[in-house]
Design a protein around this ligand. Structure first.
Ligand code: Z16
Length: 837
């Protein structure tokens, strides 16, 4: 291509192309150079933030060398790539991960010591990249880590939000949201001002016959917004592969934008236009498992899909291949329905721009896309109103109608006269206003649809997508059980445990093949090993206790049982069940004599998680937890027997401290509501036990680690519907022990009882949709069993080690290999010089 240096002049380039540091001295040289020149600071003016910046820039240089090579290798190899489209990438911190993945954390630690710093302090300077809400966004981040670690040619595509998920503060027991401006200094991103795409909105569709008598469809006028690419390197663990995460940022298009307005007294309106364009990528919608149908959200979705598709098509066209080869070069995975417009956009490009015939184009489209469903909750299933799409994306609405027609005609041929079936599977819901069902569009436009855990994948086939199983047969639907990266969630978060495991297994190979953990089973009776195992858990609890003291002022006993529930606050996840259980425990403790109280297993109940800013019930739950904590933590009769902690601003970097420190974690959603859950896997991998319902991945975790190693309780998913029905039509009585809890709340013990009325009424008066009352008794009894089991530390540690040894299945590496084999049909790209980890 024109921009490449001529062959005979490449000698000088090759001679000077940087190699990156390898030794401690070289590392120090790079850090000091960056601090003094890139940052214009000196040794008289170098705080921890400056040292963090210099260190990151040194590692970034290293990554970018391998990044360049990886991209060249992938281009020359000319094989199929996977593009992972996700509105959320919850990456957390990058520096620690980069150090470990390139295998130079030891070098950095020693180098930083020479320069007067501790590596932990430097790492903790970094602001989390928090471009996600919860499980879905973190899953995308784990997938990127596995894709790179397994050498798959893969790109992530997302939005570069100026504000990630809000920071949470607790004031007087209430959640307060603080904007998360995270881009002040972000050494990990590369702006690509030369990689831009103009994205069109609004306007109208012009259909006409051109001079040669050809039908032409053109989408005209409206407004243009420019997408600029920002790239972040994604290093694999123990491999030179560095993949790319490309995030789009919006700004007013220079072609479109009316600069003359600035001079003609319309300064304000010119600035307003500009701000409107920038608003598209300004902020992440802070809802987990909820879609509210706002126009700006739809704009975000189209902006990102159009820019990404344009980029992918541009790259494909450079290969000079014909269109029918597109699905052999490109696989696109839709992370939930958020990127479904990408299906319509590709069809539009093929039909309107490339002039392909409908069936040919549609065949290419469906071979290209795969769709992952992450929820069955009705309030989370996306629907967009037809008038909204008509206005914003008039051509796309036409294409959606044509896609629907083409699909329904197929259905009609196979199931003649079944008008009911036709209306049930129609992409258009015939309501007022009419709505586009995005999940149906995603199914129709993809060749494979997958759920994220076995139960969930079965449920989508028998409930929300039942009719599509009739239409397509069962093989279009499949399961890929979620996984987590053991690099971040074991090696990085729990280095001592990782080291202990490595000492028994003879190295760190298990981080690349997690099934090797089963080689721990022979050590289950090894006294010294068990002792060390328990000591590491204890040290992690001491560290968390220090964090709790520093952030809440409450002193907790690290010998107590640490009971953790950290995840987004949602009624279906049932933090209310947990806190009602805590109140019940408090009532029980108050009924004991001082003598008897000394005999109970002391417990610290730890909560953390954000409520969506508009989700009042979730905010009420947070309020109750905090008020209960105030009362119990200050009750002198209770002391260490029970403490209740709400940790502010739960995020990825805090999870790295919390997860290794739990004895028990709670995964207690109403059966059939949590698609998978992934923190359950993180806790068990770190030697924590689980109390859980038979929901999501809990079921498969049980199958892998054994029933005797997990505390299961509650009703089964197949009984949920009947129980709900019974709440309305049977003679339904709230559990009497739960009623005692409600009575204490109503007495004003935890402050103004009216604040919590809605929480109680949801159960006593509004049908207890999430079955809190039905599961309360078995929850309590299971918690009592946990107390008993914890008293026998010997037995507890055995369960802990056995569980870890059997967690190999839950690595995201296994998960990515399944996607690659069964959905994407892609191969890893061989790398010559595999580095030692
Ligand atoms: C989300 O985090 C999830 C589903 C969804 O539709 C939207 C969002 Cl933002 C979560 C599921 O709730 C969780 O069970 C699952 O483990 C996770 O996605 C990853 O699949």
């Amino acid at each position: 291509v024109e921009s490449s240096i001529p062959e005979h002049m490449r000698e000088a380039w090759r001679k000077y192309s940087p190699q990156g540091f390898k030794t401690k001295d070289e590392f120090e040289g790079e850090v000091v150079r960056h601090i003094e020149t890139t940052l214009a600071r000196s040794l008289f003016n170098c705080d921890e933030l400056a040292a963090y910046s210099g260190t990151s820039l040194a590692f970034r240089d290293r990554l970018i060398i391998d990044w360049n090579k990886t991209q060249q290798r992938q281009t020359f190899a000319d094989q199929k790539r996977i593009y992972y489209l996700s509105l959320e990438f919850l990456m957390g911190r990058a520096l620690d991960n980069a150090m470990l993945n390139v295998g130079l954390k030891g070098v950095a630690k020693e180098g930083l010591e020479d320069l007067g710093f501790r590596v932990e302090d430097i790492i903790s300077q970094e602001h989390d990249a928090a471009l996600g809400n919860g499980g879905l966004g973190r899953l995308a981040a784990c997938f990127l880590d596995s894709l790179a670690s397994l050498n798959y040619p893969a790109w992530g595509y997302g939005l570069r939000y100026r504000y990630g998920i809000f920071k949470q503060e607790i004031e007087n027991g209430y959640q307060v949201e603080i904007p998360d401006y995270w881009l002040d200094f972000n050494p990990w991103e590369f702006p690509r001002h030369d990689v831009t795409v103009d994205v069109q909105f609004y306007g109208w569709v012009n259909k006409y016959t051109d001079d040669e008598g050809k039908q032409v469809v053109s989408w005209q006028d409206g407004e243009l917004v420019t997408a600029t690419a920002y790239d972040a390197p994604v290093p694999g663990y123990g491999t030179p592969t560095v993949n790319n995460l490309r995030l789009w940022s919006s700004k007013a298009s220079s072609g479109e934008f009316d600069f003359s307005k600035f001079n003609s007294g319309e300064y304000e309106s010119a600035v307003a236009d500009q701000q409107r364009a920038e608003t598209i990528s300004a902020v992440l919608y802070p809802n987990d498992n909820l879609e509210r149908g706002k126009e700006l959200r739809l704009k975000q979705q189209y902006f990102w899909c159009a820019a990404s598709l344009h980029d992918i098509v541009r790259r494909f066209k450079k290969t000079g291949r014909t269109w029918d080869e597109f699905p052999d070069q490109v696989a696109i995975q839709l992370n939930d329905t958020h990127p479904t417009l990408a299906i319509v956009e590709l069809q539009r490009i093929l039909i309107d721009k490339e002039g392909l015939e409908w069936p040919k184009a549609w065949d290419i489209v469906t071979k290209t896309f795969g769709y992952t469903n992450h929820t069955v909750l009705p309030e989370a299933l996306e629907k967009w109103s037809v008038p909204l799409i008509q206005n914003l994306l008039p051509r796309h609405l036409q294409l959606i109608y044509e896609i629907n027609l083409y699909f329904l005609q197929q259905v009609e041929r196979r199931f003649p006269k079944d008008r009911d079936l036709l209306s049930r599977v129609s992409i258009i819901e015939e309501s007022t206003p009419k709505m586009v069902r995005m999940a149906y569009l995603a199914i129709v436009g993809s060749h494979k649809v997958n759920g994220v855990a076995e139960l969930h994948s079965d449920l989508i086939k028998t409930t929300i997508f039942k009719d599509f199983v009739t239409v397509y047969g069962p093989d279009k639907f499949t399961n890929v059980t979620n996984g987590i990266t053991p690099r971040r969630w074991l090696h990085q978060a729990n280095p001592r445990l990782s080291e202990l495991i490595a000492s028994k297994l003879g190295g760190y190979d298990f981080l690349k093949d997690l099934t090797l953990l089963n080689k721990l089973e022979p050590f289950i009776d090894d006294k010294d090993f068990k002792k060390e195992w328990a000591e590491i858990k204890y040290a992690n609890k001491v560290r968390l206790a220090q964090h709790i003291l520093k952030t809440t002022g409450v002193s907790v006993n690290p010998k107590a049982l640490f009971d953790v529930q950290v995840k987004r606050i949602h009624e279906y996840k049932r933090q209310q069940l947990n806190i009602f259980g805590v109140i019940h425990r408090y009532i029980t403790l108050k009924g004991l004599s001082a003598e008897e109280r000394k005999k109970v297993a002391p417990r610290v109940s730890i909560f953390g998680g954000k409520a969506a800013p508009g989700y009042w019930m979730a905010k009420t739950i947070i309020h109750l937890i905090n008020k209960v904590g105030e009362v119990i933590n200050n009750d002198p009769e209770i002391g260490d027997a029970l403490k209740v902690i709400f940790l502010e601003d739960y995020n990825v970097s805090k999870a790295e401290i919390i997860v290794p420190a739990s004895d028990i974690s709670e995964h207690i959603s109403t059966a059939g509501t949590e698609a998978s859950g992934t923190s359950n896997m993180k806790f068990v991998l770190n030697g924590g036990l689980v109390i859980g319902t038979l929901d999501g991945a809990n079921i498969e975790i049980t199958r892998e680690i054994g029933e005797q190693n997990i505390f299961l309780f509650g009703n089964l998913s197949e009984d949920v519907e009947d129980l709900r029905h019974h709440h309305f039509y049977g003679n339904y009585q709230v559990d009497s022990e739960l009623q005692k809890v409600f009575d204490l709340i109503k007495s004003g013990k935890f402050g103004d009882e009216s604040a919590f009325g809605a929480l109680i009424a949801a159960i006593t008066e509004h049908g207890d949709y999430y079955l809190v009352s039905d599961d309360f008794d078995s929850y309590r009894k299971t918690q009592d069993l946990i107390d008993e089991t914890f008293k026998n530390q010997e037995e507890w540690v055995t369960k802990s080690i056995t569980s870890v040894a059997r967690m190999g299945f839950f690595t995201s590496d296994r998960c990515i290999n399944e996607y690659a084999d069964t959905i994407w049909n892609i191969e890893p790209l061989a790398v010559a010089d595999e580095k030692e980890a």
